[in-house]
Design a protein around this ligand. Sequence first.
Ligand code: KG4
Ligand code: ZN
Length: 348
Amino acid sequence: MRTERILAIESSCDETAIAIVDVSKDESGEIRSHVLASHVLSQIETHRAYGGVIPEVASREHYEALSGLVSDCIQLSGVEEFTITRVAATVSPGLVGGLLVGSVYAKNYAFGLGVPFSGVNHIEGHALTVGLTNCMQPPYLVLLVSGGHCQFVSVTDVGEYKLIGKTKDDSVGECFDKVAQMLGLPYPGGPSVEKLATKGDSQKYDFPKPMLHNGLDFSFSGLKTAVRQTIDSVEMIEGIKADICASFQHTVAAVFSHKLKKALKETGHKSCVVAGGVAANKTIRMALQHVCDNENVQFIAPPLKLCTDNAEMIGYTAGVRVLLGADDSKVTVKPRWPLEDMNWRSAS
Ligand code: KG4
Ligand code: ZN
């Protein structure tokens, strides 16, 4: 049995997250994990005033929060610092300033402890989260729906990923946030739209479903424009806002249902995993669950706090990869890092 005790840092967007995670592999190759401590500090209140994330402000807040959060996490976990065997940090994709703050801190911390550093791909973290939460190992299909991403990933093994569909323009979370902004609802927009939608009629407006019959890619800018045009053409009273939210949300859920069915058919996967902040939306979750039930596919959604950004998934991903033979010690910060580049087996 080999065990890695990982101190992990996530700072790719507007959450500063720290976790301490044990990941082990036994003689039969089975992976086990255990979270010893985890904390997420959200910057939402700071960015709310601007209606979105300001990268420069986000980096500064990560910088100010990091060392206090790491000390607290170590203290809360009860682990002795010398038992940490590795320090990991998200290096991509994300806002470069925040990624640099987190990974430079992690590298220095690793150097101070005399242990290795692992750079982690944030999307791979989301894709592997179900290993941590549901002991679920590949193969499976992932639908990642967040503020920064909207994509289907076919996961055949750890390090074997195929991006089979992605958005051509906005991410779905961005679209929720923009619709909320147009309607004067508070940031972040997803929860505001979902809340108001409960009071609206989802059949009131027939919004377009862009690229519906066009492979597995998505497009949300046309839908956003249609919502804008509707807002400009009607008198904005409270009930109408609720109808717009409900119809918009219904349209997004219908697009996902249609594409999920197609993605399951094309890949033949028997399990489907959803991740990202938009996975918190009950209408969308139910629609995806419904498709999976009809197709006899297992549907797995990690607990909400692990659908959104966290450091547990970063620690787990660093641990699994190193235990399976990857060397992620030299990877550096970059704004983009395609998942297909994560396969160390075919690279050597
Ligand atoms: O995964 P996440 O926390 O952060 C990253 O983007 O990585 O996702 C944040 C996004 C925001 O756009 C937010 O509006 C959206 O997730 N979101 C929701 C809901 N909760 C959060 N969208 C729809 N319905 C929700 N209940
Ligand atoms: Zn994320």
